[in-house]
Design a protein around this ligand. Structure first.
Ligand code: PLP
Length: 345
């Protein structure tokens, strides 16, 4: 079975797990006045991350959702208006901060343009007409098909947000896939935002964990929010060490993942019954199955019978995600399976 449901399926390697060492472990939740815990592996990972992305400080979380939640609750108070797009992960999938059980934040929506990136006009219009507290962007954008926001566009977004005195949080779960695709350094991307979250557990292949980065004051506050949300961990070096290993060793796989996704979409050039996402930029490919005569669920179960596992994500859309454990051969095989089904429709 070729499993392209998500890059979270990427497996840690033996070397990665062997990077865990007992001597660095400590109580990561026992904080000093600076807000740092006693697990040296966690601290090392945080320092490495903040250096890599040229932000003041980084804070380690067990998941991206928790890090995003902490970020939003640090930037905002209940009732604040937060500007997002309708298919952004934080709203579409995580939801918590926008519910009455969670942060009670009020969502306002900006439009995505034909490239799957924020429309500047739409941003400006919303900022002009509302008292917005925070703007959230996602780079690469998962449900838009792994689309990337270029540095030029980021600058425009940052300029318009600054004009209205609004901070920006970036969901950069796949920040490094975006950097690879845009051929820029990751820090050049996050330079334009006040806070950013990235995942170790997606294409980087670590078992779990995410980092939240921002300036000193922001992370100091986020440290308190993290504790309130139950985010403090103890000997968290057991997950921080594989995470650091992943950052140091696995960035190089992301180029292949992006290339496999592009190859895959190219191999589907002559497909008849399904619309393939144009301009695949990173490791995600979306297929629109509306005209196939099958629902997204039916389409996926037909593929499953042929040995390809994928998932419906939005109405009529299915998503394929490439990651380090998927070879070029498997990529070609996956395209063959899709074309085989296409002939049967
Ligand atoms: C996976 C993902 C997250 C959340 O990360 P978890 O570690 O699964 O909680 C957030 N945003 C995007 C875009 C993601 O793909």
């Amino acid at each position: 079975m070729i499993d392209l449901r998500s890059d979270t399926l990427s497996m840690p390697t033996k070397e990665m797990l062997e990077s865990i060492t007992i001597d660095k472990l400590g109580d990561a939740g026992r904080l000093d006045s600076y807000g740092r815990g006693e697990d040296r592996a966690v601290n090392e990972l945080e320092d490495y991350s903040s250096n890599l992305l040229k932000k003041d400080r980084a804070l380690f979380f067990s998941s991206g959702t928790l890090a995003n939640n902490a970020a939003l609750l640090t930037h905002c108070n209940a009732g604040d208006k937060v500007l997002i797009d309708e298919i952004i992960h934080i709203y579409k999938s995580e939801k918590f901060t926008f519910t009455s059980k969670g942060g009670n934040l009020t969502p306002l929506f900006y439009k995505l343009d034909e490239n799957g990136t924020p429309s500047i006009e739409s941003l400006r219009e919303q900022l002009e007409n509302n008292n917005v507290k925070l703007l959230i962007i996602e780079n690469s954008h998962n449900f838009a098909g792994g689309t990337c926001i270029t540095l030029e566009k980021l600058k425009d977004i940052s300029d318009v947000a600054k004009a209205y005195n609004v901070k920006i949080h970036m969901d950069g779960a796949r920040l490094f896939n975006a950097a690879e695709s845009l051929n820029v350094k990751p820090w050049e991307i996050v330079k334009y935002v006040d806070s950013v979250m990235f995942c170790l557990s997606k294409g980087l292949g670590a078992p779990m964990g995410s980092l939240l980065l921002g300036d000193f004051k922001f992370i100091q506050k986020a440290t308190e929010v993290k504790k309130m949300l139950g985010g403090n961990m103890r000997q968290a070096g057991v997950i921080a060490s594989p995470g650091l290993y992943a950052l140091k060793n696995n960035l190089k796989f992301l180029r292949e993942d992006n290339e496999n996704a592009k190859l895959f979409s190219k191999l589907l050039d002559n497909i008849k019954n399904v619309r393939v996402q144009k301009n695949v930029e990173t490791n995600i490919v979306m297929l629109d199955v509306k005209d196939s005569g099958l629902s997204a669920e039916e389409y996926c179960s037909r593929l499953r019978e042929k040995g390809l596992l994928i998932r419906p994500v939005l109405e009529n859309k299915v998503r394929l995600v490439f990651y380090k454990d998927i070879s070029r051969e498997e990529t070609e095989k996956a395209a063959k399976i899709i074309l085989e089904l296409d002939d049967e429709l």
